[in-house]
Ligand binder design. Sequence first.
Ligand code: PRP
Ligand code: 7HP
Length: 179
Amino acid sequence: MTPPNHGDAHIRVLISEERIQARVAELAREIREQIGDGPITCIGVLKGSFIFMADLVRALGGPVRCEFLGVSSYHGGTRSTGVVRITEDLRHPIEGHHCLLVEDIVDTGLTLDYLKHFLGARKPASLQTVALLDKPGHREVEVIADFAGFTIPDEFVVGYGLDLGELYRNLPFIAVYSP
Ligand code: PRP
Ligand code: 7HP
């Protein structure tokens, strides 16, 4: 049988696949309660949010548009460079849309803060934010997501979309990485 850490001595499971799936379903209910049954333009922040986005949009149900923004600031390492770089822009205008920015993690807060301004300038009807993970102990900018899945300790995590050097994104759970 595969051990829970997939045989990798560097990782330790922090949030199981079952807990993630249950929380994603709850988040979807919370978001629909607040935004209502109308169309939502979900904007996934690549690459880290692609798995969360895929699960969340299916749990949301109702009319949903999917857009993606390519953004990078960690460049494969464990520390933010402090410079948020847009690597791919939205394909369509979001003016007048009710938008939900979908992030995997808010860590220093630099990315979320930057993207709220970047997208706000495109005049959406509303802009809300959801992050699967919130690491409040590491903030450099005071910013919070409107909806957050789990608050986690100040440790580097991988899995469920989050990487280290582009690896580990395919783990179905969230794990702490220790070198
Ligand atoms: C990660 C993550 C968030 C951001 C959060 O992206 O996906 O977008 O960092 O960190 P912050 O709150 O400190 O800004 P990363 O730059 O690693 O790119 P990736 O998603 O392609 O892995
Ligand atoms: C970005 C990021 N990527 C993977 N694991 C973490 O803990 C991270 N924080 N910010």
